[in-house]
Each structure stands twice: as structure tokens, then as C-alpha cells.
Design a protein around this ligand. Structure first.
Ligand SMILES: [Zn+2]
Ligand SMILES: [Zn+2]
Length: 351
């Protein structure tokens, strides 16, 4: 199926229209007409070859929401007309220990990313959501139970949402727990909303005093300006868990020191240059941990989406036209977005 998309042809090129080929739906495939696609910082890193391994043409986008237009003969969970979503993965080996446990993101053979993924043998590159259609095996397709009017805000749940949900659940964020969220951006704003909805006492950390009111509005119980040493010192040893969403290199000790005994600091951002080495003493004397977490499995992604649908939770977004993607990237680099851009894919079809 010839499919309209927006692509870059090199690291220096600007985005422009392109026709890509989507496979005809196989027996276990779901074909989706894309309605909305969120804009993740990973899209920019990949399009501009800031991470190794970008193949061109590159069609990013892994926060995909749309409507099912066709299903294969063995598909049981989706029917034509259903709302459906696709996140960061479109395949994995489905046989290893991690896949068996529903943790496909840790597949021992490597999962197939939604864009810039390995060729699948049939000659198809993986092209992401900056396109009008996508065809994905039903195992990697999520059901959407939000209302039609919320769909644009649902899109970022597929990466920003699950990337924060998975570690919050893994480290037990909930009633009686004090949870820190470092950074109030695309990921962090979802971290604050989800930790609050899970019943935790939420402390948001930001370098921008101007974000205090908006962080409180998102559900933070306290907001700490991390450049204020007195405010940081006042929270020493107080937090059960800290989710650090900042992708720039920074001093981790400042946050390790805020953890209680046995507390954990989980990183979800990959900095271009390493964080300064943390002090072993800060870990040893209170048996604290520094850990990492990668997106989330398909089962927990569905649980997160259902949790959010029940409570009316969506991302705070700004909708853009496909043709505005370069401007959106420029603004994203300046953190000039509250808190996620989402492409209205009708604008691609109209182009
Ligand atoms: Zn992403
Ligand atoms: Zn696997």
C-alpha cells in the first residue's frame, strides 16, 4: 500500500513529503489509519542522526493513535472501526524470558522499533507515525478506551506515558510513598500526573522557578527549584523513589541524597555525555540504588492506557500541522512546549 508520509533524507535535510510502502495486512496484522502522532525528542535525535544507526529516508513517530481499517483473518482483539494505538515497538522475538513476561522492551534479541527498526526480511523498513497509515501485528497494537475528543492527548501516553508509568509501578509509587519527579517536560509532566493519580505524595524538581504553578496544577504536592541549595537540603532523606526524566548530564548525588534508606533513583533519559560519576558513599551508607528503565511492555502499556481512560488522564499538548514539524523541533529544543507537540495527521492527508 502506497502511503503518504513525512521524511528526512539525511541528517541535514528538512522534512518533506514522501511515499512509503506499507505491507498488505497479514493474518495477524491490524491496519490503522493514523489520526494523531506525538512528537518525541527521540524523533529529533534519530532524524538528525544524533544517535548512531539512522537509515534514510527516516520517518519518525512512535506515539500513534488511529482507527482500524482492516484486520487479518487471525486477529481477535480488534475490528474495523475500533480506535487503536501503537507505541515504540512493533515486534520482538516473543520467545525469550523477557518477552514471555510481557517485557518486550527488554527482548533478549532486541525489539523492533516502530521507526528506524531493522529490516524485517520482507524488504520493509520500519517507518513511524509521521504517515497516514501503519500495519502492525496485533500483539503490538493497544486498545484505546478514551473518548474520541481526547485522542490527540492520548498519543503521548504511548511513549511519554508508559516511560514514566513503568518505573513508577515497578518501584511501588502509591499511597504513603513520597515520589520525586525530576524535570517537568514531556516525560516529567506525565510522571507528575501519573504519580499523583497513583496516590503518591509528589515532589516535582525543576530548574525553572516559572514552572512552579504549572507543576502544582499537574498534581505536584510540592515543587522544588533544584538550583536552590536550601530547598534541596530541606528534602534530604525524605523520598522513597525519584524518577529522573532529565536527558542532559547532571549531578546525580544531588538527588541520591534526597532518598530514604533503600530508596531508588531511576533514570529514563540518555544524556549525550555521561553524568558525572556519583559518590559511592551516598549509595553505601543508606543502601540506595541508581537504576534505569526503558519504556514499558505491551501488557503494562494497556494497563496504563486503561487506568488513564478511567480517570480521564491525557497529556497536555499543542496540536500542530505536519508541515510545522521543523518549527516544532526548534521549539522543542528550547523547551518551548507545554508539554508535547502532537501532529494532526489530517493535515498530511490534506497536503
Ligand atoms: Zn519517545
Ligand atoms: Zn524476546
Amino acid at each position: 500500500m502506497s502511503t503518504r508520509a513525512f521524511a528526512v533524507q539525511s541528517a541535514e535535510a528538512l522534512f518533506g513529503p514522501i511515499a512509503i510502502e506499507r505491507r498488505a495486512p497479514g493474518a495477524s496484522d491490524v491496519a490503522i489509519d493514523i489520526l494523531y502522532c506525538g512528537v518525541c525528542h527521540s524523533d529529533l535525535h534519530t532524524a538528525r542522526s544524533e544517535w548512531p544507526g539512522t537509515r534514510y529516508p527516516c520517518v519518525p513517530g512512535h506515539e500513534i493513535v488511529g482507527r482500524v481499517t482492516a484486520v487479518g483473518s487471525q486477529v481477535t482483539k480488534f475490528s474495523v472501526g475500533d480506535l487503536a494505538a501503537v507505541g515504540c515497538m512493533v515486534d520482538s522475538c516473543r520467545r525469550c524470558l523477557s518477552c514471555d513476561e510481557g517485557l518486550e522492551q527488554y527482548c533478549e534479541h532486541g525489539f523492533t522499533a516502530t521507526y528506524n527498526g531493522p529490516l524485517d526480511g520482507s524488504g520493509e523498513n520500519t517507518y513511524g507515525g509521521y504517515s497516514e497509515k501503519i500495519v502492525v501485528d496485533e500483539h503490538f497494537v493497544l486498545a484505546i478506551r478514551h473518548s474520541d475528543t481526547q485522542l490527540a492527548g492520548v498519543a503521548p501516553l504511548l511513549c511519554a506515558g508508559i516511560t514514566t508509568w513503568s518505573p513508577l509501578k515497578h518501584w511501588g509509587a502509591g499511597p504513603g510513598k513520597s515520589v520525586g519527579i525530576v524535570g517537568v517536560g514531556g516525560l516529567g509532566h506525565m510522571g507528575v500526573k501519573l504519580a499523583h493519580a497513583l496516590g503518591a505524595h509528589v515532589v516535582a524538581f525543576t530548574t525553572s522557578p516559572g514552572k512552579r504553578e504549572s507543576a502544582l496544577a499537574l498534581g505536584a504536592d510540592e515543587v522544588v527549584v533544584s538550583t536552590d541549595p536550601a530547598a534541596m537540603a530541606a528534602r534530604a532523606g525524605r523520598l522513597d523513589f525519584i524518577l529522573d526524566t532529565v536527558a542532559a548530564a547532571h549531578d546525580l548525588d544531588a538527588y541520591v541524597n534526597l532518598l530514604k534508606r533503600d530508596g531508588a533513583l531511576a533514570l529514563v533519559g540518555v544524556p549525550a555525555t555521561p553524568h558525572p560519576s556519583p559518590s559511592a558513599g551516598g549509595l553505601i551508607f543508606k543502601r540506595r540504588q541508581i537504576a534505569g528503565s526503558l519504556i514499558g511492555g505491551i501488557k503494562e502499556t494497556q494497563e496504563m492506557l486503561d487506568f488513564c481512560a478511567e480517570r480521564g488522564i491525557v497529556a497536555d499538548i499543542e496540536t500542530i500541522a505536519m508541515q510545522e514539524i521543523e518549527t516544532a523541533y526548534a521549539r522543542m529544543l528550547k523547551s518551548d512546549v507545554k508539554y508535547r507537540f502532537v501532529i494532526d495527521m489530517a493535515t498530511l492527508k490534506a497536503a
